[in-house]
Design a protein around this ligand. Structure first.
Ligand code: 5RP
Length: 237
């Protein structure tokens, strides 16, 4: 049931529900990370509890999605247990007109890229504030780095023209530590003209595990919008 009044939360809820409604019995589902995907996991759990759906297996992309799946009764599996994934549903921090993404606002982009890329269909769930003309215009680009390599990676990113900053914890002293035990550098680029090339250049730096550019991975974007005071879901395919 949707009860939220805050417009952004309402859009996130609506789009999370629309994505959960696309899941069919028997599917293996990649469970993304973030506040929008959290609603999807909640609605998926409700569909399972009501008997509308059976035989779902979720593959979580983070500690957060593991906890939410357990809370809402979504059975979990691992990539070792399955030979395919039917669908993955995940949020994004920016979406460009070519359906390329920046992800990693929740520092989960390494596992998210593994899971989202393996799915036969990858659906992105966002509210309309995430749509941009050029990637990097509203959000810094997250890069996950192995801790011992943090200084050389920062220097290498500066050579590529980026302005890196180590992501610090909120309500925790010191840097953010990812679910894999690594650090995150958020990078400002004046413009990201060629996301595919930048994705490869960053991942080529020794010590970089993964960056938040998702190029050519998304199949469908579900965008939550408010129209005439009502939440609607628009599709970009
Ligand atoms: C986590 C992510 C999230 O999907 C992204 O930050 C969007 O989150 P939200 O739905 O809370 O806006 O990439 O690493």
């Amino acid at each position: 049931m949707i009860t939220e009044q805050d417009p952004t939360k309402l859009m996130k809820q609506q789009v999370g529900k629309a994505a959960a409604d696309r899941i069919k019995s028997g599917m293996i589902v990649g469970l993304g990370t973030g506040s929008t995907t959290a609603y999807m996991i909640q609605f998926l759990g409700e569909r399972l509890q009501s008997g509308q759906l059976q035989d779902i297996k979720g593959i979580p992309t983070s500690f957060q999605s593991t906890v939410l799946a357990k809370k809402y009764g979504v059975p979990l599996t691992t990539l070792d247990e399955v030979d395919h994934m039917d669908i993955a549903i995940d949020g994004a921090d920016e979406v460009d007109p070519q359906k390329n993404l920046i992800k990693g606002g929740g520092a989960a982009h390494t596992r998210e890229k593994i899971v989202d890329s393996l799915a036969e269909q990858f659906i992105v769930v966002v509210d309309s504030s995430k749509l941009v003309e050029n990637l990097g215009s509203t959000f810094l680009l997250p890069v996950e780095v192995i801790p011992m390599a943090i200084s050389p990676v920062i220097r290498a990113i500066e050579k590529l023209g980026g302005q890196p900053e180590l992501r610090m914890g909120v309500k925790k002293a010191g840097p953010v530590v990812t679910d894999e035990g690594n650090l995150v550098i958020d990078v400002k680029f004046d413009s990201i003209d060629n996301p595919a090339e930048l994705e490869k250049s960053l991942n080529n730096i020794p010590g970089v595990l993964e960056n938040g550019l998702f190029v050519g991975v998304a199949d469908l974007i579900l965008v939550g919008e408010i129209k005439d005071g009502q939440p609607i879901v628009r599709e970009i395919s």
